[in-house]
Design a protein around this ligand. Sequence first.
Ligand code: SAM
Length: 278
Amino acid sequence: MSNTEQSDYWNNDGGNRWVADNQELDTLLAPFKKLVIDRLELSSGETVIDIGCGAGDLSLDLAERVGATGSVIGVDISHPLIDLAKSRAESQQQTHFVTTDASSWLPENPADAIASRFGVMFFDDPTSAFRNISAATKPKGRLSFACWQSLSENEWLAGPVAAIIAKLQKMPPPTDPNAPGPFAFADKDRVKNILTEAGWHNIEITPWRDQLAIPGDNVEKAAEFVSRNGPARKLAELLEADPAIVDGIVREVLASKINDQGTVDLGGAAWIVSATKD
Ligand SMILES: C[S@@+](CC[C@H](N)C(=O)[O-])C[C@H]1O[C@@H](n2cnc3c(N)ncnc32)[C@H](O)[C@@H]1O
């Protein structure tokens, strides 16, 4: 399996943008750390692998849960993100990072648990990847991850997309909903089948639906964040539209959702998935 396209993306534009917006992204995604970690019921001294760990925000919290006698290995395909993760974890002896493709890498010793915050939807062959992740886990090991529900369930991204299409009166070409990318695990039956085929058991998929606090202390900053990190710019390219016009549409949508504090909250929807190995 290659994962070449995703590797290119996360080692160039995608990874560099995530590094630049790291603090804002960690703030946006903060609620998912506890949701993922609680499902693992970790004890001190255990070993955990964080798949697609990015800049290591979840890894740092996992390391606190397992303590100095435990161990966390953050695994990510992106050099710029792993470089940032390493610099953030300098004071944690129990935290290590590896730049590699998680779909084929194996640790020296299998782990007690596997965690991921939005890092498992990018594999070309997800069943084979989760079989490999199972091989990286001890018998009776636990798995827990967060992944997005569909774009249309995520108002924080779908709202701007719908407004762009409506204003420009152009439709983007259809895409494969299961293609590697943020929404590849939107179909929970597909996720269940992938995990079952890969040998995981006791699969539980729980919906999470709430308001996400869009980073930015005013509407301009929030709109810039959504433009940079959502599908708007890609859509501008596909529709051959002026990025400045598209950014203006995103701003209008967010301005209509401003709260009493002058910031913006928009609906998000994810799945919290857990499973065990026999
Ligand atoms: C949406 S980001 C999430 C990052 C991090 N988990 C977080 O919550 O901040 C997805 C991450 O998955 C990583 N990734 C994509 N494909 C991968 C693969 N085959 N093996 C390891 N990491 C991968 C990317 O480099 C990126 O850091």
